[in-house]
Design a protein around this ligand. Sequence first.
Ligand code: NAD
Ligand code: LMR
Length: 353
Amino acid sequence: MAALRALNRHLLQAPRMLARHAPAASFASAQFKVCINGGAGGIGQPLTMLMAMNESVKEVSVQDVTMAAVPPAGVAADLGHLEFPSKVVGYATDPSKPAVDQLEECLTGCHLVLVPAGVPRKPGMTRDDLFNVNAGIAKGVVEACAKFCPDAVIGLIVNPVNSIVPAMAQLYKNKGLDPLKIVGVTSLDIVRANKFVAEITGKSPTEIEVPVIGGHAGVTIMPVFSQDPTSATISADKIPALDKRTQDGGTEVVEAKAGKGSATLSMAYSGARFGSKVLKGLAGTPTDECAYVASTVTELPYFSSKVTFGTKGVETIHGIGTLNSYEQGRLKEAMDQLSKEIDKGLEYAKANC
Ligand code: NAD
Ligand code: LMR
């Protein structure tokens, strides 16, 4: 009974938990339509739930394939009973047919599309190993977005983010659309860095905001501990291990799940953190989050740094600020690796988009 009461308290607090990033009180009313592609999957279900609980959301499309483990209509029926303003509608698509022929109703009117559709890693795999299968899935969804909701912000969660975002942004460019509508979701790296710093310092993670720049795989994940007042107090000799733990956070979960998937719940939380910030910006309150986008802040054409989201989506892409000498070395390492992964995405776009 006590456990049930505790769970209930947490669920009731969930919107307020996200309110750290998007206070519900700041929204005039439920006004946004959001789609989660891959919405019946490990990330998709809890992410759909958290977005359905966002009080600025009036409708959530939950889309997945016809052979998904749970029918999207079932996820929608389940979440449709939550005591929040949103209506939740399920869409099942046949992956043997073009997504663009099946997603008109699902995507039309969307302001934000979050895409965890795709295959996750197993132990021993890199994110890059997922590229061939996941790029095809992302392409189907993004082509449909280009047709039915070209002004929506598309948050790509599907891995490898470092290569899929350049490929899909190039697809948008080729169609004469704004490549900055395509945004790689790297918020989980920030969430992890904040938590690991909190564990070391004894401070609350809610008071910590470590910028994580670069990309979303291995050495390209670059937490800038010197730029957060709490993490800046950690002694220099502890930083390399903390940096490595942040880089390897995904692998830590993949190994602990022993072949049964990668991070889903922390990613759903992080995807909702990202999504809530984008919606807050769209609603008229400019809001910052590090994200992986087409960029000129370094010589690389894609890079994750602090982005301000405003009424049209990506509004300002901020520079990386001052780095200490350890971070300058790391930046070079991150850029060397990221450059190859961007090229892979651009080559895919050249051949397929
Ligand atoms: P999952 O297998 O549990 O769920 C994926 C869902 O996508 C499934 O329900 C599947 O049916 C669906 N799907 C497959 N093809 C589809 C299509 N053509 N259209 C719509 N849906 C389709 O996997 P998961 O754990 O939810 O992970 C999803 C992706 O997110 C993986 O690529 C994973 O690597 C990535 N991921 C990224 C981050 C990040 O920080 N960006 C974090 C965690 C996971
Ligand atoms: C993560 O960082 O958890 C995700 O990118 C999933 C993975 O494969 O590690």
